[in-house]
Each structure stands twice: as C-alpha cells, then as structure tokens.
Design a protein around this ligand. Sequence first.
Ligand code: NAP
Length: 607
Amino acid sequence: MRRFLLLYATQQGQAKAIAEEISEKAVAYGFSADLHCISESHKYDLKTETAPLVVVVSTTGNGDLPDTARKFVKAIQDKTLPGDFFAHLWYGLLGLGDSEYTYFCNGGKIIDKRLQELGAQRFYDTGHADDCVGLELVVEPWINGLWAALAKHFLLSGGKEEMNGTLTMASNASRRTDPVTQELLHIESQVGLLSLDDSRRKDGEVLEQNAVNRGRSKTLIADFEPSLTRSIPPLSQASLNIPALPPEYLQVHLEESFGQEESQAPVTSVDPIFHVPISKAVQLTMNDAIKTTLLIELDISKTDFSYQPGDAFNVICPNSDSEVQRLLQRLQLTDRREHCVVLNTKADTKKKEHLPKLQPRPYSCASSSLFHPGKLHFIFNIVEFWSDTTAVALRKGVCTGWLATLVGSVLQPNTRASRADGDKALAPEISISPRTTNFFHLPNDPSVPIIMVGPGTGIAPFIGFLQHREKLQEHHPDGHFGATWLFFGCRHKDRDYLFREELRHFLKCGILTHLKVSFSRDAPVGEEEAPAKYVQDSIQRHSKQVARVLLQENGRVYVCGDAKNMAKDVNDVLVEIISKEVGVEKLEAMKTLATLKEEKRYLQDIW
Ligand code: NAP
C-alpha cells in the first residue's frame, strides 16, 4: 500500500468528515492514509515526511483558521525557517469556506501560501469548496481526481523498484478494472509519458527522468484533473443540459430497534456534554419587531460547566419532530417510526454521499457567572424563512425553532420582574458543550479602555462583559477602570432595543461610560440632524475618541455579530478613521489595523 499523510484542520467537524471519507476511499485505490488532526503534532513530522501530504482545511468566522490549526500555523510561520524548509514535501490541499464571507477559504489559503513559501510543492491543484453553493460541488471532483494525482506522484517520484511495481501493475491492467490503473493508462496513452522501455533505464537516468517528469507532471495534472477554478466561456454560449439522475447508490435497511433509546443528535466534538435545565425564557423584543429575540437562562449550578464572558458554547439540537414526521409520511414509513435506518453505499458504486452531520449550534454567553452564579444566559433570533419546495410554508431554523418551541409555554414578556433570576426548572433539559475562545475576553487589566461593537444579537457577549465589570467594580471600589464604549444598533427604538433597561442601568452607575445606539429604521424626529443608521456611522461620528482609545491609550476594540456585512463595514470605517486621524494612506492604516489584530487589540467574534 502506498502511504500518504492526511491531515485535517476542522472547526465543526466538516473537514474531519471529508478527511475520513478520503481515508476510507483510499484503500480501494491502493493507498493507505495516515490520518491525523493537524493539532496532533506529536503524531507526524513534516520536517522528515517523505510521503505525500494531503490536507483538508476549513475556515471559521470571517476567514479565520480553525482553532485546531492555530498551533500548526504558528509553528510554520516561524520567521527563522529557511525558504527550503519543506522543499522535500509534496502536497495537495482542499480548503473549505463560504464565499458569502469576506475572506473565502482563508484557512486553507493561509496554510497553502506558507507551505509554498517554505518550498513545498503541489502534486495536485488546490481545491476551494464553497458551502454557499454546496461543498460537494468541489469536494467530490477533488477527491475523485486525487487518486490519479497521487498515483502519478508515486509513479514519478518513486525509485526504480517502485516504478517497476507500478508499471507491472499498469501492464497487468487489462486484467484489472482498478480506476487508478485506468487513469494511468489513459494518461500514458495520451502523452506517452513512460514507455515500458523506461523501466529498463539505469538508475541515474531514471532519477533524471523523474526530475523532468516532476515538472511535466504538474502541467499534466493541471490539464488532466477536473478543476472548478477554471471557467469555460460564458454560460450563454454553452449548451445546457439537465444532468442525468445518478444511478442508485444507497442501500437502505430498516431494522427494529428492540426498545433501544432513540440516539441523541450526533455530535462531532469530543468536548464533554452537559445536560442542563432551562430555568427561564424571556422574549426580549416586542411582538411587532421584525425579528423575535429570545433570552434563555440555563441552570448550570449542578454541573462543572464554567465559562467566562466572551466565551461561546454549543447547543446540541435534534431534528424537528414535525419535519421528521412529515418525511416519514412522505416515505410511507410512519408505522416504522421506531425502526433504525441502516444506510450503506452499494458495493458497485463509487459514490459516497456527503450526508452532513447535524452540527451543534454555537451561541455566545450573554451573562457573567459573577453576576448570575450557577446560571448561563444566551440570546438568539428565531430564524424564519419561506420554503416553497412542496407547498409554500414558513419554516424555522433547526436549533432556534426547536428552542422556541421548547420554551413556548413558559416564555415571559420582557418585564422588570422577568429579569430576576429563575429558580426552578420550567422546561426540559437541553444538551450543551463548551466552546471556549482564548481571546474574546475582557482585558486582564481593567484600566484598559475598551470599545464594544455589537448590533442585534451581537450584543450578547458585551452584556456578560458589563455584568462582570459591575461585580469587579463592586469588589474593588477604589480600582482604576478604563472607559467602556458600546456601539449598539437595532431597527426600532421601541421594538428591538435589546437590554435597554440593563444598558441604562450600566450607564447610570458608570459601568458603561459611553453608549451609542443607532436605529436603522426609525425616521428622524423633527429637525434633528439625520441620526446614525448603523453602528459604523456612529463610530464614524466619534472618530477622534475611537482613534485616541486605540492608538494612544492602548485600548481594545471588540466586534461581535454578523460577519457578512457589518463586520466588514466596521473594519472599513476603522481603516478610514486611522487614515484620517493619523494622516496616513489607506494602505498604512490597514497595516496598523492588522497590527492591532495581531496584538489581540482588535478582536472579532463574528459569523
Ligand atoms: P441583524 O439582523 O444583523 O440586525 C441588527 C441591526 O444591524 C439592524 O438594525 C440592521 O439594520 C443592522 N445592519 C444591517 N446591515 C448592517 C451593516 N452592514 N452594518 C451594520 N449594521 C447593519 O441582527 P441579528 O439578527 O441579531 O443578527 C446578528 C448576526 O450576528 C447574525 O448573523 C448572528 O448569527 C450573528 N451573531 C454572531 C455572534 C457571534 O459571532 N458571537 C453572536 C450573536 C449573533 P437593517 O436590517 O435595518 O438594515
């Protein structure tokens, strides 16, 4: 078996699932994958690796590396490494991302770029899979093409023995239907890359030929592999066909479950899972608000679950019961609801379905455990969208819809009384797991001034920050506490101004020194100057103070919320402010902001 090293850098389990699929498939093509999470650096050594490397890298946030890749990237970004550090290494990389976010596939791009800088060479074109249109559009052809690229690599880089072996395999090909062999024969017949005579060459000649072939293989592979990075002439010039239905490739068996308990939603993380009761649920928005925001309080007092303001955690949710019911009805399987479904791919198919696992949903903690001991708050909008696949229907997000139904009967309106701590379990338990960040926290030194930017539900971590600060200030009345700015934005002052009372309270007692709220859909009152519409407009209006906090007072800026538009616009306005206030070109201002990011003084928790 020809071994290759297979590393995955995963955040939510997607890259891991794809790497596992590659590993499983490899066997059928005569390869053996040495599969590891990229964080398990003690299990592999790229410095001495002689086998080809295959890497699957996901992207998180607005273009960040998955947490599991941070250590690896830090190590390879060591500036003292020479330019030929990885000159011996051949690799193929598959990046995963979402083109709706600013920095598409950035996790993969960072690693790809650095491997190149350190002299590593690609044996296979990099793939960039886009979750926005469906990862499988790139993942499947990329995996399908990988086997020929690997085979080619082994063929061209192996010694004489290996080459003889491969050629023997090729010459036996008429008796085999191995797809790799077929690919090889196909390539050879097309380009006459190697003839059987090659195997009779002397070692020196073979090595020399290998060097030439390496160069040629790059072009060949590039021509040969299907690639979605190259485009054909405009679609208008292409004749469009409806693709044929794929042949059946799944085997489905129903097995009686003999009273076994229904299994929990699959979890990809290895983090501990806590089952905690919901102790309170409050609707934070008015009924006429465009989005409905709920706050849920969890009772974590009987568990070891702990968190800091700024952390996030995962909620593990099941599929919607009514949707499962509807599906069973359509499949006429209602009477076999309790059966287990066993899925297998047919033996004679190459296809393997990417049935994505139901992912745990991350939420920001919206409380401080100093302020609410034994409790954990989080907030979310009930996601609703119109679906017209069968009949037009208003459907809810998987997790938020489930949570909203779960707390429906105990939901309290947003009144002062409802803000008191709940003390008894009102609704069923839910399952959560930790997802700590190591960066989005208050500064250790409370005298450092901070600017918080969080429109909509992006305000969540900052409520935790402010509650924490209130308790700190109570415990240290003579301490020096830096200025706290909050830029919050919502649509209507009277409908979705989240935590309005709490923010007023923080402002009144000096925990919050500056509160700037923008209302995006309220008409200006009377003759007043057009008010700021969005948080970035508000920031713009306070450009001098913002620049002073960041550039003179060693302060920090935290941004939480929507990654697609808001975070990008806030970033742009910060560049503008630095450029204007310092009197430098935009490029220089961008560099300053990048430095702030590196120094963890410009922090984002966005998705
Ligand atoms: P939202 O829909 O983003 O709306 C909040 C306010 O932001 C509205 O007034 C909206 O105005 C305004 N807005 C729209 N485009 C904007 C832009 N380009 N720049 C600045 N403001 C803009 O609020 P939400 O529904 O609460 O959603 C917040 C987003 O943050 C969600 O995507 C959620 O998943 C994410 N989130 C992330 C975290 C996290 O990363 N930790 C935590 C919580 C929430 P108009 O609609 O009037 O244009």
